[in-house]
Design a protein around this ligand. Structure first.
Ligand SMILES: C[S@@+](CC[C@H](N)C(=O)[O-])C[C@H]1O[C@@H](n2cnc3c(N)ncnc32)[C@H](O)[C@@H]1O
Length: 296
């Protein structure tokens, strides 16, 4: 059915942007005692081996988490320091072997009163996710649901505590995912207007991808909600023609995170972190970041 496996991409530049942002949001939201309900609509396997066959095939972490971990932690922005500390907590030795996906990252922050719901449609990854979460001994109830995250979340929104964070991180392997993301956000805003919604999307040469932030801005603005949009580009998106005439794809050149109802401190957390991501992960002169936001 699907060929996308996040294990091939774990710890790449897109994960650095997504997970640094997610961590900054979650850290802020757990400062209040009231129970927080967290949903990951596309959870993946939860935890990845960077020295395993999947990760070695692509080596994407070499241009993502590896240079971040190699940087002088004292010089990193606080949001990146927290991210590095969290990744380090999954790597007891000196070597970087394990990379926490969004479920493991969230599990490390949640408290007994919170709740974590993880959707993963691919049976192999759902089974790995179940096993990985069981090993982590998360302090709050965790539910792994092997079903369509786009459809399944609706019965959990709004959460009884009226405090919620939803990460929507599809693989966009199916072109229909682009429209589903916008439809889900529209529906969630109607059901639970004060929830915090974080959407990851790829920056690629495809109209539907360009449309994601534009559509989400329109939705948030119409609903009178604040938003934040951060992007990280690490290289040119141009195709390369090799001497033998073969055309080489550049791989993922960049990605974005769009947050509806962001915590007020998020912009200040990302402002110093994004230029450091560009400096550490940029692969050519096209490397850049953007950060824009609007109040609710
Ligand atoms: C980008 S990966 C998720 C990565 C994860 N959120 C992280 O940051 O560590 C997307 C995942 O969604 C799964 N998937 C694809 N379609 C889905 C659907 N409709 N519902 C739930 N999961 C889906 C894929 O199998 C894949 O594991």
């Amino acid at each position: 059915m699907f060929s996308y496996r996040h294990a091939f991409h774990a710890g790449n530049h897109a994960d650095v942007l997504k997970h640094t942002t997610l961590l900054a949001i979650a850290q802020y939201l757990v400062q209040k005692d009231t129970a927080l309900s967290v949903i990951d609509t596309h959870a993946g396997a939860g935890l990845y081996r960077l020295d395993g066959d999947f990760a070695n095939t692509s080596g994407e972490a070499q241009h993502g988490i590896v240079p971040i971990m190699a940087a002088d932690p004292a010089k990193l922005a606080p949001a990146l320091q927290s991210y590095v500390e969290l990744v380090r907590s999954f790597n007891p030795g000196a070597q970087l072997r394990n990379y926490p996906g969004s479920p493991a990252l969230l599990a490390g922050l949640l408290r007994p009163q919170d709740r974590l719901r993880l959707f993963e449609l691919l049976p192999q990854d759902a089974r790995s996710l179940q096993g990985n979460m069981a090993q982590l001994e998360v302090p709050c109830p965790v539910q792994v649901l092997m079903e369509d995250g786009f459809a399944g979340v609706k019965r959990f929104v709004p959460p009884p505590s009226r405090r919620g964070l939803l990460l929507c991180d599809p693989s966009y392997e199916m072109k229909s995912d682009y429209a589903k993301v916008a439809a889900l956000m529209e529906d969630c805003l109607l059901r639970f207007a004060t929830g915090c919604y974080a959407v990851w999307y790829p920056i690629i040469a495809r109209q539907q991808a360009h449309d994601v932030p534009r559509r989400l801005k329109t939705l948030a603005t119409k609903a009178g909600k604040g938003w934040l949009h951060a992007t990280l580009t690490v290289k040119s998106s141009k195709l390369h023609t090799l001497p033998d005439g073969q055309v080489q794809r550049p791989g993922l050149p960049g990605s974005g995170m769009f947050i509806i109802n962001p915590p007020f401190a998020l912009r200040a957390a990302l402002e110093p972190a994004l230029p450091q991501m560009v400096q550490l992960l940029g692969q050519d002169k096209h490397a850049a970041f953007t950060l824009e936001s609007a109040g609710g």
